[in-house]
Design a protein around this ligand. Structure first.
Ligand code: FAD
Length: 403
């Protein structure tokens, strides 16, 4: 169990105030928004129900170049240039393991440290408060947010609260198990052999048919879990089974719902970023990179409002369009997710993996995949629309390997 640092009892004083920008949620998306406002002179309040970095929300693996582009490399625990995929035997065919050499590397990182590093790059006030809902707009156009410590208001309000999309008025539609959500659960046992281990995935119906299972080593621990694209399928038993098969303890459970369809990124004057906007990529359930990416995009638009170079309405429209421009990629990956769910049990899945098992294909596919939200966007550009594609180094050239 994480140590609970959140203010309790008498320390939890009433909170009712007005700010230039209110960012609800202090994980990847919210901290990325706040970072872009550093030095703008804006009075920025960030709220979260927990202290920053207190509750890990994922297996914490992201493209290394993204972490480096944001100056977060000190949080890296282990770096991988290969992805290992396991398939069980099928009919006459025995089990098979694929090893794909990626054109870029993935790194696992320490969640509290990464959040702390990201927060240090910001320039904001932080308070712990549970966000309850949005209430009607105040005179003057401010958005009013009700929390368990009082009402907060600001003209610029960001919902970076994760899949619940708390500040939406249409919340019923996004509640599980009927909503378009996947579910993921993992354990985080200590593992002294982690540094010798690979980044591994299992496309094995023994654990889950519509989904996949993983083992992500992180220097002194390993994050082992199962994700189901079908919200009705529970993943506790298969997580225990996978941990047993790998010979690791079932310590430190951590799980959550994962949105797998893009949602509107703006609604009634509120900006939605990260999982609240469905910015987690379908098929892979990779949502950290995209939370950072759309967080930066949103923060850059807000900054132009603070600078007086655009209105709030223009920022809403530009950020909303920026998010919508990525719909094709999210739709495409959602189709792949649907196909994987349908064929995972069939020999067709083996044929597809055999066809993909070529260096040229892996380089091509993973370069396009990274360019849905490229790390170049974090390094340069002042406008949300400034997206320069990432270019793969020549085959065989060294890749970013920080750790
Ligand atoms: C088991 C699992 C493993 C995963 N592994 C990976 C991975 O390795 N790599 C990857 O890229 N993606 C992974 N994901 C997906 C990834 O976790 C999410 O896409 C990502 O965390 C989204 O970031 P976010 O900032 O939008 O939301 P979150 O990280 O969910 O943060 C939301 C924040 O809002 C706060 N909050 C929520 N409700 C309230 C409230 N009412 N009041 C106040 N505060 C509130 C929370 O405390 C939290 O700090 C995984 C998901 C799961 C479930």
């Amino acid at each position: 169990m994480p140590v609970r640092a959140t203010k309790r009892g008498a320390e939890r004083t009433p909170l009712a105030s007005s700010h230039d920008v209110l960012v609800c949620g202090a994980s990847f998306a919210g901290l990325a928004v706040a970072r872009e406002l550093a030095g703008s002179g804006a009075d920025v309040l960030v709220v979260d129900r927990y202290e920053i970095g207190e509750r890990q929300t994922s297996a914490c693996a992201a493209p290394t170049e993204w972490l480096e582009a944001l100056g977060l490399q000190d949080a890296i625990r282990q770096t991988f240039s290969d992805l290992v995929i396991h398939r069980p035997g099928n009919g006459d065919r025995g089990p098979k393991t694929y090893r794909w050499s990626l054109p870029w590397t993935f790194s696992t990182f320490d969640y509290p440290q990464l959040c702390q590093l990201l927060a240090e790059q910001g320039d904001f006030t932080f308070e712990t408060a549970k966000v309850e809902r949005r209430v009607d707009a105040a005179p003057g156009g401010d958005v009013v947010v009700e929390t368990d410590r009082g009402e907060l208001r600001a003209p610029l309000v960001v919902d970076a609260l994760g899949w619940r999309r708390v500040l939406s008025r249409g919340r019923k539609a996004i509640q599980p198990p009927d909503a378009r959500l996947s579910r993921g659960l993992e354990v985080h046992p200590k593992d002294p052999t982690a540094p010798e281990k690979d980044l591994e995935l299992w496309l094995d119906p023994k654990y889950v048919t519509p989904g996949y299972s993983w083992s992500f080593p992180a220097r002194d621990e390993v994050r082992v879990g199962v994700g189901s694209f079908d919200p009705k399928i529970h993943v506790k038993d298969p997580t225990v089974e996978l941990a047993g098969d790998l010979g690791v303890a079932t310590d430190g459970y951590q799980g959550n719902w994962i949105p797998h369809r893009l949602r509107k990124a703006t609604e009634d004057g509120v900006f939605f970023v990260g999982d609240s906007a469905g910015h987690c990529l379908p098929t892979t359930a990779e949502g950290i990179r995209t939370a950072l990416y759309f967080g930066i995009a949103c923060g850059r638009e807000l900054r132009r409002v603070v600078d007086g170079t655009q209105s709030r309405e223009q920022a809403l429209s530009r950020y909303g369009s920026f998010s919508d421009e990525h719909k094709w990629a999210f739709d495409w990956l959602w189709r792949v997710q649907t196909i994987v769910s349908g064929v995972n049990k069939l020999p067709l899945m083996d044929t597809a993996l055999d066809l993909m098992d070529r260096d040229s294909f892996v380089r091509w596919a993973f370069t396009h995949y990274l360019n849905i939200a490229p790390p170049t966007f974090a390094r340069a550009g002042t406008r949300a629309t400034d997206v320069k594609p990432w270019v793969a180094p020549p085959a065989g050239a060294p890749r970013a390997l920080t750790a």
